[in-house]
Ligand binder design. Sequence first.
Ligand code: 13P
Length: 250
Amino acid sequence: MRKPIIAGNWKMYKTPKESLAFLESFLPLVKGHDRDEIILFPTMTSLAAVLEVVAGTNVRAGAQNMHWLNEGAYTGETSPTMLTAIGCRQVLLGHSEQRMYFNETFERVNLKLKAAISHGMDAMVCVGELLAEREAMQTEEVLRTQVRAALHNITASEAQRLVIAYEPIWAIGTGATATPEMAAEAHEMIRKELAHCCGSQTAQETRILYGGSVKPENINTLMAQEQIDGVLVGGASLVPESFARIVRYE
Ligand code: 13P
């Protein structure tokens, strides 16, 4: 029903040369793998080269962010038309590092999501709570607010292009993974909000990924959870062998 997605977010790592060296090792390791969708999010300077190499393979590539307008005086930004012009049909939005360090808001994520959809792009929207929010038992409320803001005025048919990545901020790059049960519980909460925003069919069809210290060592137990429809991997996606082991979870 919901085909799992194994995605790698390379954050601010890898030059174009390093990105291509990764693919040279990685593509043969996952050749013919069709059980899951495989997506990579390289940096902007590597994206065009990566797209060219993965064309015609079972691996897709997308951008880590984008502006919502097609063009304008917005120094440092990249537009949806610029991305689609190089064959990019996938974008990651609202990553917590964008929210924490660059003041990204869920209102802007909503504008970006609408832009992605109207350009025929698939969008992966990240949500997740801080440790203090979890400890204060606010996880459900935080996820509700984030999902509702991101999906404001998005219709059920538009939401077909949406994937949600649940990334608890306290689990990112810390080695502290949410237990599979904690992740599954948060995914339930997100699915409930999806139903509220776009109806129960969308909620059942939308893939919700888990992200935060996913490694070859914990992928099997995470993927064993029915609520977890894939993973968004940071650090462990930078090394071909480790990311391929994650793709080939049991
Ligand atoms: P790590 O896998 O390095 O914890 O990063 C998770 C993440 O932020 C993916 O978007």
